[in-house]
Design a protein around this ligand. Structure first.
Ligand code: NAD
Length: 260
């Protein structure tokens, strides 16, 4: 199972988990598309990864909630590299508030990035995958695709929704060789999580140490954060797996926080 010369689009790849997945795929010889909000950040990432090799990276400016920009970005990839083998819909944000105080604008923003983003990027990639008779779509879910936590109504709703979308794509895409799966990581120390530690301490009225040790890692089997490399390895399996045997699935990578 390898990704040599496979064209792999990763959204939100200028930071955190997306960046780690891009690095893993490049190491395997893939042609990786760094799709992110700001072209300069995406380009910097693409240049650095291409220098690492043996794969190659290109940058695409893409707000995953912008239909025209998503469609144009996917077309630019097909123009340059002729096909799309893998989509990792990873771009995401976190906003925490108790539900009774959750601003409607924040709710809509979060759902749009996670769900509209997954829909729009999948819809733009599918015709190219169907034409080729193969493709792998991977959504970045979360343990919050399976579990709930206080303060995270929008995030938990969005991450549960991705399971449904992946299952529908599996059923629609099966006969045309397209697979869809969801990765469900536990807490990974990225900018997204670093930002939540003081916010949750404030909203829950506890110390930052308690947020880390009790709220984030309390249910794990070993009080350890999941790493970017752990998640990237699972993304590699879903991306490179050669048949429809692995489709419509969600794999939890969380040091045992959630077991199913
Ligand atoms: P991060 O903040 O390090 O990276 C997120 C990236 O997404 C950034 O590069 C950002 O610019 C990009 N992005 C944000 N909005 C975008 C938009 N509208 N269009 C395009 N790009 C956009 O976060 P991360 O922790 O690496 O998170 C990546 C994904 O992993 C998210 O979907 C997140 O929900 C999921 N996740 C993270 C954790 C964790 O503990 N860090 C756990 C489970 C799931």
């Amino acid at each position: 199972m390898n990704l040599k010369d496979k064209v792999c689009i990763i959204t939100g790849a200028a930071s955190g988990i997306g960046h780690g997945i891009a690095e893993r795929f490049i190491a395997d010889g893939a042609k990786v598309v760094i799709a992110d909000l700001k072209l300069d950040a995406a380009q910097k990432t693409a240049d650095a990864l291409t220098a690492q090799g043996p794969g190659t990276a290109m940058a695409v400016e893409m707000d995953v909630t912008d239909e025209a920009q998503v469609n144009a970005g996917i077309e630019a990839v097909v123009t340059k590299w002729g096909k799309i083998d893998v989509l990792v819909s990873n771009a995401g944000i976190q906003i925490v508030h108790p539900l009774q105080d959750f601003p409607f604008a924040d709710w809509k923003k979060l759902l749009s990035i996670h769900l509209d983003g997954a829909f729009l990027t999948s819809r733009a990639c599918l015709p190219h995958m169907y034409k080729a008779g193969s493709g792998s779509i991977i959504f970045m879910g979360s343990v919050h695709s399976k579990e709930a936590s206080p303060l995270k109504s929008a995030y938990v709703t969005a991450k549960h929704g991705l399971l449904g979308l992946a299952r529908v794509i599996s059923k629609e895409g099966g006969e045309r060789g397209v697979r869809a799966n969801v990765i469900c990581p536990g807490f990974v120390k990225t900018p997204l999580v670093e930002k939540q530690i003081p916010e949750q301490a404030r909203d829950l009225g506890i110390s930052e140490d308690e947020v880390v040790n009790r709220v984030m890692l309390g249910e794990t089997v070993d009080q350890e954060f999941t790493t970017i490399a752990d998640v990237a390895e699972v993304a590699h399996i879903f991306a490179a797996f050669p048949t429809n045997a692995l489709t419509g699935q969600s794999l939890v990578v969380s040091h045992g926080w959630y077991m199913n």
